[in-house]
Design a binder for this molecule. Sequence first.
Ligand code: GLP
Length: 257
Amino acid sequence: MNAETGMRKPMNVIVTDTPDQAFRRAADMIADEIRSVPAPVLGLATGRTMESIYRLLVQQYESGGLDFSGATSFNLDEYAGLPPTDLNSYSHYMREHLFAHVNMSSTKARVPDGVAVDLDAECARYEVAIHASGGIGLQLLGIGETGHIGFNEPPSAFDSRTRVVHLDEVTRRQNSGMFGNEPARVPERALTMGVGTILEARHLLLVAVGEGKAEIINKALNGPVSEAVSASAIRLHANVTVILDKASAHIWAQNRG
Ligand code: GLP
């Protein structure tokens, strides 16, 4: 929102022909942040969409074009009850897809601790750590079928903070691929940055590809800004980039005003 005029800055929506082009645009934007900010603080996400983006960043690192040594990161979320050693934990996901392959200090690559003795205290610690880092510069976001960002299942208050949440049945089904396609094995709870926490990042970068995301992208970007669709909250932010491929963008493109 522009304080002087009360007008919302239009979102920057980039639509690419192919998913691969979308991943490249996103990776280049993250790489630019790492190169241009002296001590970048990144907000990172998980999910299938992010795997290709991390692969491209690892390639840039391996070819000598990217130095992660000054970077700090905070992941959006983690399953409650899964230790970092669990193959389905997001902590493991991040090591597998990014952290183990780049020169990022392990103490500066943070993922909420899903097995902390006191999960609420862990969430509070996470908020303090984000704040102490100077705040997140670029926040990478995917979108779930329920419209969640992080694990902010609807309804999530737009001023919600890092907290323990119950996962929607739709999400447990969507994410069951890693759990032998058995939704019942997907943890019932997770720790997630809140919508309010996410909105405090200086730049939001939401990436979605594929026909499966077309309906929810339309709801998030064209529908009412409502706590019933957590991702619609990004429209309240002054500095947002959305990168979509044609398949995920087509319903939004037909209906946009
Ligand atoms: C998980 C994560 C979300 C992510 C979503 C999308 O639910 N908690 O942060 O947006 O996956 O996943 P995918 O990219 O696999 O569609």
